[in-house]
Design a protein around this ligand. Sequence first.
Ligand code: ATP
Ligand code: MG
Length: 472
Amino acid sequence: MDAQDIRRAYLDMLVADGHAIVERAPIVLRDDPTTLFTGSGMQPLLPYLLGADHPAGARLADVQPCMRAQDMDEVGDNRHTTFFEMLGNWSLGDYDKAEQIPRLFAFLVDTVGLDPDRIYVSCFIGDPVHGIPRDEQSAAIWERLFTERGVSADRVDLGTEEYGDEHGSNGARIAFYGHKNWWSRFGGPDEMPAGDPGGPDSEVFYYFPQVEHDPAFGRRPHQNSDGGQYLEIGNSVFMTYRKEPDGGFAELPRHNVDFGGGLERIAAASIDSPDVYRISLVWPIIERLQEVSGKSYDDATESMRVVADHIRGAAFLASDGVEPGNSRQGYVMRRLVRRALRFGLDLELTAGVAADLVPIVGKLYADVYPEVAEQEERIVAVLQKEERQFARTLRKGLSLLRRLNRQGETVTGEHLFELHDTFGMPLELSLEEAARKDYPLAPDWCATFDALMTEQQNRSRAAGAAAAHPTR
Ligand code: ATP
Ligand code: MG
């Protein structure tokens, strides 16, 4: 099944099972000062998960386009993209794990066609200190489902990821972890304020035997290791408990379910690819990059991934009205476009690729998010303007860094400020460049950079005030 079919089949299944499809939220959140983007399907539905009645009922589903700026530095690996779609379904006090887990399993195996023998899961190990039991119910449901398909379902207790990295899961189907399998808005049971809901979650992974475990991520592989063999494709959260004023946990009168699954990752599993860039929603962008650069994806994997992801993400932000700038969403977009240009240099692309790639993105999403195709010209213009501005100074900035290194100088806060201020290099990009090339940083770079930034902001504020009160 390709990604587009998976998206459709998922919603069809949930409608058939009595779910209302809710309208997805925009990617850009304008009225929420605490966060810049919608980063999960749960986020817009949180008020209902916390107790409000939803007008569409107690069984809900959607596909939510998400943006995770916090994953930008991970882009280049085989499974993180800044923009992705999350398949979601929710029960607001209606059904529980006994309905959620079997439906998800049947979807993955019977509809998407995944091999049940390559599906692995994790469950909550329990927290005796807070009196929260081990999630035996989820484990028992998984065990039954695997056994019915003739697949072994042994268990292992790992507790922490560190323990897992050392000992591995040795092929156990069901791995038990602590905090990694606990959901609340605030972290582990200790961090939760009284009155807040939380509960165990159960993650699903797909196993790729063709990937060699990378020991940089721990001695042995296990479900939650970042070594590349296990790809997390979805997570069901069971909101079951409420923290009490005495620090203990009581069962909520209504249990909720929140499921989030990565469309790109499920689609990758369905074509037996550990690399999400090979799926039908992304590969045409990579193909175009191969054409314009004359290089092959196999030789320039990381750079092509970054350029493809960032231009796709920036196109979606532009379709939601964001323009590159120096704060909030605008700054994320600026970083995306500028980072794409930097990695484009590795492909020997001297100019931007927005004009080449945006129309492809528009076509790929025309059926579900027509706004990109509809605004293609404007989006290309917004991205190109940013590309052109930065292309003029990027090389100079990079050569400044090279020169410092040749002269044996460390990169100081002053240099980083100059790179930002004169050459338009976002701080993160300069730091990344220094790290990639092993350029040493002055120990106090951060304090110096911050001080110079504050000084500059004060100067521009004073200039702004003078302009607003010209008689003063
Ligand atoms: P990971 O540990 O791999 O970063 P996560 O724990 O951050 O994943 P969740 O917050 O549980 O993921 O999100 C639910 C699902 O969304 C994941 O199971 C995964 O399939 C998908 N997902 C999360 N982050 C990304 C991303 N950056 N790119 C693509 N898919 C993602
Ligand atoms: Mg993550």
